[in-house]
Design a protein around this ligand. Sequence first.
Ligand code: NAP
Ligand code: ZN
Ligand code: ZN
Length: 351
Amino acid sequence: METKNIKAFGADAAAAALTPMQIQRRTLTPHDVEIEILFCGICHSDLHQVKNDFGGAMFPMVPGHEMVGRVTAIGDHVTKFKVGDLAAVGCIVDSCRVCEYCKESQEQFCDEGVTFSFNSADKTHGGYTFGGYSESIVTDEKYVLHVPESLDLAAAAPLLCAGITVYSPLKHWNVGPGTKVGILGIGGLGHVAIKIAKAMGAHVVVLTTSATKVADAKRLGADEAVLTTDPAQMAKLTRSLNFILDTVSAKHDVNAYLNLLKPDGSVVLVGLPPEPLSIAAFSVVAGRRSFSGSNIGGIAETQEMLDFCAKHNITADIELINIQDINEAYERLEKGDVHYRFVIDMASLKN
Ligand code: NAP
Ligand code: ZN
Ligand code: ZN
C-alpha cells in the first residue's frame, strides 16, 4: 500500500514523554477523505493509553481522538465532503459495517469490535491506527463528521469524544425536564455534561472534589454544586437524584453516589478507573437502583450531538496549547488541574 510520511507527536514506550515522530498515512482509497488537522483535544483516555493503564497498548503511539480540521483531498467515490469543508474525526474510524449494530449506526457495539482512531488494530488496511496529534488523517467518509460552521473550531474539538460520551447516556436515560441529574467529576467530560444536561432541560447538580469547581459550577450552567468530600453536603442530597453521570477517571466509592439516587435511579459510569469498583448489595437492592455504563456513541448520534451543540451554542471551555507543551499538559491532566479541556493548536506542529 502506498503511504505518505507526515509529522506527529507520540510516545515510544509506556509512560514515556511524547516527542516528535514521523508516521505514515495511507494514500486515498476511493471512499477516503484526507483532513488537515487544525485542532485536537486531549482526553484523559489518551493519558490512560500512554500509561498503558488497561494493558495491550502498542508503541510507538500517537494519541488523539478529538480532531477537527479541513478536507484537503477526497477519493473518487466520496459524496459527503468536498475539498475545503470543515470536518471532524472522533473515536471511531472503522467497523464491520454489516452487523446489526453497524447497520443502525451504533458502531460502538459492532460485533467485530470497532477500530478506534488510535492504538487499535486496523483490520481493513493492516497495522494499527495513529491518532490526531498529527498533521493529517485519512479516513473513510462514513466515519467523518460535519462540523457546524457556527461553532468555534478549537472549542468544538472536545465534543468529538467528551461531547458524544456524555450526550449518548444523557439521552438514553431520558434526561430532560423534570429530572434531577448529578454530574460527578468536573473535568473534560463533566463540564460538557453540565452544559448538555442543562440544554436538555434537566435540573443539574455538580458533584465535585474541588472547591474551585463548586465556585465555578453556576457559570458552567449548573443549578447546584456539592463538595463530595463534605459529609454534611452529601447527606442533604440523599435520595434526591434521578440520574448520576459518573465521569471519574480514578478509583472511587460508587456506593456514596448510589445512595444519592431516588428509587429506580441510575448511576451511569463513563469514567474508566483502571481498578475494579465494588458495590455493596444494599446500594442497589434498596430502592431498585441501577449501576450501569456507557461507551462513546455511534457516528449518527455523534452528528446529532454536534448539531444539538450548534443549536444550543455549546462548546468546551478550553486551554489552547502548542504541541511542544504537551508533556506539561499531561502532568496537569494527571493532577486534575485543567479548566476544563486542553486542546492542541496543530499549527504548532510546523514549528
Ligand atoms: P478529566 O478531565 O481528567 O476529568 C476527570 C475528573 O474526575 C477530574 O477533573 C476530577 O473532577 C475527577 N477525579 C479525578 N480523580 C479523582 C479521584 N481520585 N476521586 C474523585 N474524583 C476524581 O478526564 P476526562 O477526559 O473528562 O475523562 C474522564 C474519564 O472518562 C477518564 O477515565 C476517561 O478515560 C474516560 N472516558 C471514557 C469514555 C467512554 O466512552 N466511556 C470516553 C472518554 C473518556 P473533580 O475535580 O470535579 O472531582
Ligand atoms: Zn476520549
Ligand atoms: Zn459491526
